[in-house]
Design a protein around this ligand. Structure first.
Ligand code: COA
Length: 203
């Protein structure tokens, strides 16, 4: 497929927020909040412009991925810089064509080039295992609340690059969404109906 992956330009910030909204809408809950997360990540200290990427097909943006700075903090409060991957979004009509795969592979490559030691995310293990992501437990990394579960995964950038890293994963505070701010932010977008769906019930 003819697909170009490139850094997101500032003019495409709102289009990519809308793509994120379209991709996540009603998938994990009625409506979604990932477009506000993306909006806030871009204004945060965690933002890395080289890891804010779009997928373009026939001059149309059809997918987007962002990875931002995050940290793992050990019991002695020693901090290790890592990347947090997501949101990753492909427009519903363009899904299952390998676009998500291209975006993620390019991000992994850029993260290596920039020298980040690893990437961490919450997602569907069936999807992310094929890129080498493993349960974060294997690296001694837990969530902020000391939890481990299959959808919480990590990927080493280089062999053993997470071997010395262990502790709680702390991502940017943009991921903590305030419902009032979300309702306010939603007013900028075309109306979409919030629905309870089967995919939410499976989660
Ligand atoms: C998750 C998401 C980003 C994946 O993007 P995508 O472009 O659909 O993913 P890919 O095409 O790379 O892979 C998806 C599937 O299509 C298959 N596939 C890949 N290339 C394909 C091709 N050329 N033809 C047919 N199928 C293909 C993959 O094997 C994979 O199969 P699976 O059903 O076993 O998982 C996308 O579905 C999305 O935006 N979902 C909503 C938001 C979301 O959940 N984001 C991720 C949160 S963790």
């Amino acid at each position: 497929m003819n697909l170009l992956i490139k850094q997101t330009s500032r003019e495409d910030f709102s289009i990519t927020e809308n793509i994120t909204r379209e991709a996540f809408w009603n998938v994990y809950k009625p409506g979604c909040s990932e477009h506000l997360v993306l909006h806030n990540l871009r204004k945060s200290q965690s933002y890395i412009k080289e890891l804010d990427l779009v997928a373009i097909r026939n001059n149309q943006i059809v997918g987007h991925i962002i990875s931002t700075k995050a940290k793992v903090v050990d019991s002695l409060n020693k901090e290790y810089e890592v990347l947090c991957v997501g949101p990753l979004s492909v427009l519903p009509n363009f899904q299952k064509k390998g676009i998500g795969e291209r975006l993620l592979k390019e991000s992994i490559e850029i993260a290596r080039r920039l020298g980040f030691r690893g990437m961490i995310l919450f997602g569907n293990p069936d999807y992310y295992h094929r890129f080498g992501f493993k349960n974060a437990k294997e690296f001694g990394i837990t969530t902020k609340d000391y939890q481990n579960f299959e959808p919480f995964m990590a990927l080493e950038s280089f062999e053993n690059s997470l071997i010395d890293v262990g502790g709680r994963f702390i991502e940017d505070e943009s991921f903590d969404v305030n419902e009032d701010k979300l309702n306010e932010f939603e007013k900028q977008f075309p109306y979409k109906e919030k629905q309870v769906t089967d995919t939410q019930l499976e989660m």
